[in-house]
Ligand binder design. Structure first.
Ligand code: TYD
Length: 206
């Protein structure tokens, strides 16, 4: 049987990484073979792009970022995601195309339709089976990120950027309500995990 494709999303500091580790263990404990991967990343090309995007000196034009993200995504699908799904492995991906809508379109102003055109080109209708957006207020994300490695990214983005990213994510959720679940991640970790259990228990038995 084909594996399921799960993606996790949220603004910087939403706590996505903590919840991702927990979810991967939760699924593995139910006997599911899980491949954890991330974007940007997941392939040699993707990891180079990650270096460039997160630690590069010069900022790229947002449309350049969008094009690079989808080029790397094509490779990620080809080399990692599609073969894993075909072999029955479940893929848990730390960010995917919803992040491009949220960051490059919502945050940086690339027209939504341009992202949609590239999505169609690269994915040809393929969508994650389920997506969880960890939703927090930007102030909460900022405070959490300040304790971690993404502090510098918060600092270098202009005011309002993360709220626009958040709104981009919420728009995606509205457009695909069956696929996308929004979890209030301002809550305590245990509360968030309860909600994840609710989503994935029914999903595991589908
Ligand atoms: P993130 O996944 O938060 O990594 P870490 O938890 O290690 O800090 O960082 C990825 C960054 O890349 C994040 O700021 C969002 C950005 N990004 C985009 O701008 N567009 C995209 O399409 C993707 C996948 C990520």
């Amino acid at each position: 049987m084909r594996g399921k494709f799960i993606t996790l999303e949220g603004i910087d500091g939403a706590g996505k990484s903590t919840h991702l580790d927990w979810l991967a263990r939760f699924l593995a404990n139910r006997g599911i073979t899980v491949k954890v991967t991330r974007e940007p990343g997941g392939t040699a090309l993707g990891e180079k792009l990650r270096q460039l995007m997160l630690h590069g000196e010069a900022r790229l034009h947002p449309e350049t970022e969008t094009l690079l993200m989808f080029a790397a995504r094509r490779e990620h699908l080809e080399q990692v995601i599609l073969p894993a799904l075909a072999s029955g492995t479940w893929v848990v991906c730390d960010r995917f195309t919803d992040a491009t809508y949220a960051y490059q379109s919502g945050g940086s102003g690339v027209p939504w339709d341009k992202v949609a055109a590239l999505e169609q080109w690269v994915q040809q209708g393929l969508q994650p089976d389920v997506t969880v957006i960890f939703d927090v207020a930007p102030e909460v994300g900022r405070a959490r990120a300040a304790k971690g490695k993404s502090a510098d990214r918060f600092e270098r983005e202009p005011g309002g950027f993360h709220e626009r990213v958040r709104q981009g994510y919420l728009r995606r959720a509205k457009e695909a309500p069956r696929r996308v679940h929004v979890i209030d991640a301002n809550a305590a970790i245990a509360e968030v995990h309860k909600k994840l259990v609710n989503i994935f228990i029914s999903f595991c038995s589908e």
